[in-house]
Structure formats: C-alpha cells, structure tokens
Design a protein around this ligand. Structure first.
Ligand code: GDP
Length: 443
C-alpha cells in the first residue's frame, strides 16, 4: 500500500512528541528534521519539502503550542492541516457543463492507466445515474480500441470508434456529435499516449482540444513513477492547460511523492485516485482524508461511503438482530465476510480504520485476503448442520474439517474458539443493553 514507509516514519516522530508533557523548541526542531527526512525519502519534491517544513515550523514554534496541554497533538494537527493544504485543501470536483454533454479528455503517457481510468470513470458516472459515452481516440497503441470496447461491454457503456484509420481529431469530433445525438450527458475521450512527452503528440492533443473544447483535461499519471510523474505533469500542463490529475496505482508500494508534490508543483488539483485494476477501484480524491491516511489516522469517512454504496442495509439489520439474540451462525459469518469483501482488499480497508494501519505491521497479526480465504475454506468444509449448530463440532469433526479445507486442526480450533468468544460477547453485550437492545442501530 502507498505511503507505508512514510506513515511509519511519521508515526514514530509523533509518538515521541506525544509522550512528552512539555515540548521544547529543540524537540520541535528535531521532529521537523525527521519529518523532512521522511518526506524526502518518500520522494517528495525537495522544494515542496522545504516550503512545507518552513510553514509547519512557523506555526509550531509559536507560544500557543508550547503552552497547550497537549503540544504533541497540536503539532500533529498542524502537520495534518499542512499536508491537506499541500494536496489541494479540499476536494476538487469533476466539472459539469451547463449544457450537456460534459466533455472529459483523458491524456497521459502510455501505460499510465488512461484507458482503464476512462472505463472506471464511466462506471462511477453511471452509478450517479449518468449516461457516459466512451470515445476510442487512441489509434496508435495496438489493442487500445479493443481494450476500451471490452471495458465498455463490462459496464454496459457505449463505446464510439471509427477504427484506427481515421484521425483522432476526427474521431473526437464525431464522437462528441454522437453523444449529442444520443443523449449522453458525459463524453470520455481516451487519447493516445507515448512513452515520453513528444511534440507531435502534444500537437494532436491540442487539435482535439480545440475541436471538442473539453470541460476537463485530466492527466492520468502513474504514482509509482514518483518524481517522474510530477515532471510529466509539469510538461503536459505547460502545453495543454490541464484541469486535473488522476493518480493511478496508489495500491502499489509507491512511496507517495507524486501524490504529495503534484499539486504544489503544477497547481493542478488531484481529482481522482485509483487503487487497483478493478473497475470500481477509482475514488474521488479528498486531500483531508488522504492526509489522515498518511498520518495513520485512518479514513472512516471513505469507509462509510464505501459501505453505504456496497452494503445491503436490510441484511445488515437482520444480521444485527441475530447477533443480539445470539442466533449468529457460521452461515451468517460467511455472509458477513462476503459483505466485507465487497468493500475491497482487506489491507486497504484496514488502512481506513484509525489505528488499524499500525496494527497491520504487527507480525503475528496477519489479516489479509489470503488469511480470509483460509477462514472461508474452513467454514465451507463444514456441513450445513455444523454451520447452524457450531456446538456440535467435536474433535473428530474438527479433524475432518481441517483435512477437507487443507488447513490444520490448530487453525480450525482457533477459528471455532474465536467464533464462540464472539458469540458470547455479543450475548453479554445484548443482555447489558436490555431487552429492547438500547439504541438499536444497524452497523
Ligand atoms: P494506458 O496506456 O494509459 O491506456 O494504460 P492502461 O489503461 O492500458 O493501463 C496500463 C496498465 O496499468 C494496465 O495493466 C492496468 O490494468 C494497470 N492499471 C491501471 N490503473 C491501475 C491501478 O490503479 N492499480 C493497478 N495496480 N494497476 C493499474
């Protein structure tokens, strides 16, 4: 996951500060030195780091900080705010044309993720009840048109193409007309990329721009390329007047420099972040939430939003009732796991929960998709009766389940023990809350 190194380093700096009742000027200076190193190591542009540290210092050395009851916390808060500002302050939303269709022109180097991002954006817009049209304007990369068509089929969005023998400028022009004729409220134009920024490509992009007059020119950059991504953004911006940046591959182990520098260097806001290859792995970029994630403070708001759009509330309520009445079975457990999986890879979810990111680093606490898979395999190896009455799972049954699921007896024992404890706790909790269950709220 992106930013892991940075998060760990910053957390170490801050835990030292937090432990102190009084913080001296030297403590602050020392902390700032470490924050500076952490940012440089995360591949943040050095000019950006310099300015960042100067701003934080200016605020942190002030009298109010030293005299506060919790100087460490005040400094973390200052860093949090400055990180947020660095990434743009607040969310920069996608433009919407007064008169549809809204035209989005996707640009970027080859391999950055333009085509896949076009598909992801289309899917996101569909979820908001829009009817996007995808336009296949990359006629040079072999298979780019086909790739867009396949994406279009997957999400059931129309794809406009004139093959690879018509000029991209003409394709864009006719694509826009097609959208107008067919009532599409968004047009997403996928354009060609090159391995490097080159003049010929820029000229073509400028021509497309003048023909379709886009509401957004979104530069797609690969965050794994660090400072290179920032340089690319600077180049494109000089030639094309970008309106926003989409950062891809933030699920990889990028150090995070691109995310933290691109806005400061180019002035272009980051509008979306992509965290995976799947079509729903695109998220609107919220600077304040990203800062919170980087500082290891989680991102509950994004998690709640994900849950709201993916989780079946009726099921959640029914599950809650079962938990209260201690009727929770292994069948329900499987269903719960399914719901959680809809939210995305487990390690990404954990990063969104405050404190969990840090727990993830503990060696003996390995919660990942593989581990979830083993747990599922164990439950699947139980008979329906066993799933419904876990109490009947005796020693010989446990041995059979272990063999059947390709796990060990110890793992089966552990899971059943944890399940029992969970049920007991639920029961106690619900008794404590009284017969009506106190404030009965789902989730
Ligand atoms: P284009 O040349 O800019 O159109 O790039 P593509 O859309 O073909 O993407 C290049 C590769 O990057 C593909 O294999 C994508 O699946 C992959 N990719 C794109 N976005 C992401 C992302 O956010 N995370 C990961 N892990 N892979 C991505």
């Amino acid at each position: 996951m992106a930013f892991e190194g940075l998060t760990t380093r910053l957390q170490n700096v801050f835990s030292k500060l937090r432990g102190k009742g009084k913080v001296s000027d030297e403590d602050v200076a020392e902390a700032m030195r470490e924050v500076r190193l952490a940012l440089l190591e995360a591949d943040v542009n050095f000019k950006v780091v310099k300015e960042f540290i100067a701003k934080v210092k200016e605020k942190a050395v002030g009298k109010e900080v030293m005299e506060s009851f919790t100087p460490g916390m005040v400094i973390i808060d200052i860093v949090n705010k400055e990180l947020t500002d660095l990434m743009g302050g607040s969310q920069s939303k996608l433009a919407k044309a007064n008169k549809p269709p809204t035209v989005l022109m996707m640009v970027g180097l080859q391999g950055a993720g333009k085509t896949t991002t076009s598909g992801k954006l289309a899917k996101m817009l569909q979820k908001q009840n829009s009817r996007p049209l995808l336009v296949a304007g990359d006629i040079y990369r072999p298979a780019a048109i086909k790739q867009l068509q396949v994406l279009g089929e997957q999400i059931k969005a129309p794809v406009f193409t004139l093959g690879d023998q018509t000029s991209p400028v003409e394709i864009a022009r006719q694509g826009l007309q097609h959208a107008k004729d067919n009532g599409n409220d968004y047009v997403i134009i996928d354009t060609a990329g090159r391995l490097h920024v080159d003049e010929e490509l820029m000229e073509e992009l400028r021509q497309i721009h003048s023909v379709v007059n886009p509401d957004e020119v979104l530069l797609v950059v690969d965050s794994m390329t660090g400072q290179d991504a920032v340089n690319v953004a600077e180049h494109f911006n000089q030639q094309l007047d970008l309106t926003g940046v989409v950062l891809t591959k933030l699920d990889g182990d990028t150090r995070g420099g691109a995310a933290l520098s691109v806005k400061a260097v180019t002035g272009c806001p980051i509008k979306f972040a992509s965290l995976g290859e799947k079509l729903d792995a695109l998220e609107p970029f919220h600077p304040e939430r990203m800062a919170s994630r980087i500082l290891g403070m989680g991102d509950m708001l994004s998690l709640i939003e994900k849950a709201q759009s993916n989780i079946d509330t009726e099921k959640a309520k029914e599950m809650e009732r079962k938990m209260r009445n201690a009727e929770f079975t292994f069948e329900d457990f499987l269903e719960q796991m399914d719901q959680v999986k809809k939210l995305g890879p487990i390690d990404q979810i954990m990063d969104m929960i405050p404190g969990m990111g840090k727990m993830k680093q503990a060696k003996d606490l390995k919660v990942d998709d593989k581990q979830m898979g083993r747990i599922e395999a164990i439950v699947y190896s139980m008979t329906t009766e066993e799933k419904r009455n876990p109490d009947m799972i005796n020693h010989s049954r446990r041995k059979r389940i272990a063999t059947g699921s390709g796990t060990s007896l110890a793992e089966v024992n552990r899971l059943i023990k944890q399940f029992d404890e969970m049920r007991r706790m639920m029961k106690q909790f619900s008794d404590m809350m009284g017969p009506k269950g106190g404030k009965n709220k789902a989730m």
